[in-house]
Design a protein around this ligand. Sequence first.
Ligand code: UD1
Ligand code: CA
Length: 501
Amino acid sequence: MRRTDTVEERSVRNVIILAAGEGKRMKSAVPKVLHPLLGRTLLGHVLAAAEPFLDSGTVTVVVGHGGAQVREHLAEVAPEARPVTQEERRGTGHAVRIALDANPELTGTVVVLNGDIPLLRAETLAALVHTHEATKAAATVLTAEVPDPTGLGRIVRNRGGEFAAIVEERDATPDQRAIREINSGAYVFEATALREMLGKLSTDNDQGEEYLTDVIALLAAAGSAIVAHRAPDATETLGANDRAELAGLRALMRDRINTEWMRAGVAIIDPATTWIDVTVTLERDAVVEPNTHLRGATSIGEGAVVGPDSSLIDVVVGPGATVVRTHAVSAHVGPQASVGPFAYLRPGTELGRKSKVGTFVETKAATLGEGAKVPHLSYVGDASIGEHTNIGAATVFVNYDGVRKQRSTIGAHARTGADNMFVAPVTIGDGAYTAAGSIIVKDVPAGALGVSRAQQRNIEGWVERKRPGTAAAEAAQAAQAREENHAGAGQVAETGLPDEQ
Ligand code: UD1
Ligand code: CA
């Protein structure tokens, strides 16, 4: 076998990801590698771990079950990756062979990974590749020492502690079964050696499959150097076969992410109930209260407090802001703004510095200027509210006429009354007021008071006449009697005569 050791070829690093498996035990219409785990799919995590050291190399993903869905996902998250279809599941060796056949020009280093090991760190992969390149091995196997090796290939080492063989469980002797160092299914190969040995694989085994592990055996038999590189943290090599195992991986990932943020200066009050996607960023002295989910492109500014009981999806929270018991999606919360408790921020919400969205308030495509407040029980849809304006409790921006959504604008320093309806499109000028209970259908100029409500009239004695004998009528009679007495006493006082003397 001829080896190529030129610097140019060494520098090309390629990745092949095996993702053709169905994942039957997931019992899902979604292919296993597309199940989500704290901000990425399983496959997305593997792609992210491989990305940093790729350089100019190729990424090939072997797809099979749910291939169309996996291709669609790849186009979205890793357009540079090339999907190759394995029509029939004919083994890990066969899958790699298909990937190489699709890349006839491929040379250099080839990393092979299973698509369902989301906890693998980029650093571990980099160390694996470094070991491979430094030792000039033909193949380097990522191994791990696990508490329960059941079902996995065991790593047999010779007396000197060097790699000797991978033995699958079904072929292992009782002694070999007791070995707890396993084959993770992640490898690095020298491309030429890999290609040569893939051509020699047989299907002469109990599953009738081409085993990638046989490439290692063939290389070893030919006298090539094989290196076993142990992962520092065995959990990195864990895969998930069913949803219970996936939940286990998710908890491990949660702990890893939370620990990193705490070490970076973020206060996480209850790490067990705090779920932060890998894609989220937090600044120091941010506080995450219990039972809080931070997802997607969310970022939390310095000293901001989020939670408890909040879900933020693609939300930017400025420094010093507080977001309490809130569900928020695609929103921007300005510095020192205050949100909640019990708020719902929908897409297009932009809250200015020191603004407030209070209790039982829903916003959508809404802009609040600096210091603007919507404190209670309101819906703000398709509206702009100027700086330092206060919106009265129980206000609705009536943005939908059943056909079209339209915007309304409230100026700066306005004071709108409680229980207003702003029927869009309507504009309220700077410094204007509106009266409580008004339905505002016309613009209110700057500095004016907008009033739209019927005059109040009281029909005296109505309850006694129309609801005689009720508790209300009795209460009304008693109140009247008290009032008459009081009026009588007043008259006595006016005569100048003392009450009791
Ligand atoms: C393989 C290794 C075993 C190792 C284990 C780690 C072999 C023969 N054995 O086990 O030593 O401990 O991985 O998980 O390789 N796949 C395809 N196409 C196929 C077959 C598999 O894409 O035709 C993909 C699967 O979707 C999966 C990965 O390859 O992502 C591994 O396949 P799996 O069946 O889980 O591996 P085993 O053969 O059980
Ligand atoms: Ca009302």
